[in-house]
Ligand binder design. Sequence first.
Ligand SMILES: C[S@@+](CC[C@H](N)C(=O)[O-])C[C@H]1O[C@@H](n2cnc3c(N)ncnc32)[C@H](O)[C@@H]1O
Length: 167
Amino acid sequence: MNENVLLFDVKKGIKLMADFDNNRFQSKNQEYATPWGLFKVLDDEFHFTLDVCADNKNHKVDTYFTEQDNALTQDWNGVCWMNPPYKDMKKWIIKAYNESVKNNSVVVCLIPARTNTSWWHDYCMKGEIRFIKGRPKFEGCIHGLPQPLAVVVFGKQYKNTYKSVIF
Ligand SMILES: C[S@@+](CC[C@H](N)C(=O)[O-])C[C@H]1O[C@@H](n2cnc3c(N)ncnc32)[C@H](O)[C@@H]1O
């Protein structure tokens, strides 16, 4: 199903809900960096070796891919950190899952908890999901992000488990 589809009252022909991604919840800035406090808790646990979505200023790990490298076309080895641009979430989640299977990597994803999408059910639910309680404040932002977030972990020892976490 196309998650961007608009919902209509078929009898009256009126729009019932705004476009979920394009109106209310899509971040205006796709470059928002992960809060260092949140990242540190996860880095202390996982010891990341690759940041797959970064630029020369916001990378969280010394080894990283940028938009020019296009991580979607690269192999992801080791322990990977992924805070992707929120557009094209489906592509990023499919890539993260496939790389964890293909390369036996661990991929830790900080993503919007869009629990009604096909990519959430088909991919995220194969991993370990940590639902974030509260609104993490991204680097350079005054307020916490209002949309629900989750950390999803893909890797052979992280399967089908769910918990609530606070950063
Ligand atoms: C939300 S920021 C995350 C930055 C940093 N990794 C962090 O966690 O704070 C997403 C980053 O992905 C980069 N990006 C966009 N498209 C990409 C691509 N195809 N391959 C790799 N990085 C990409 C953006 O330039 C941006 O710096």
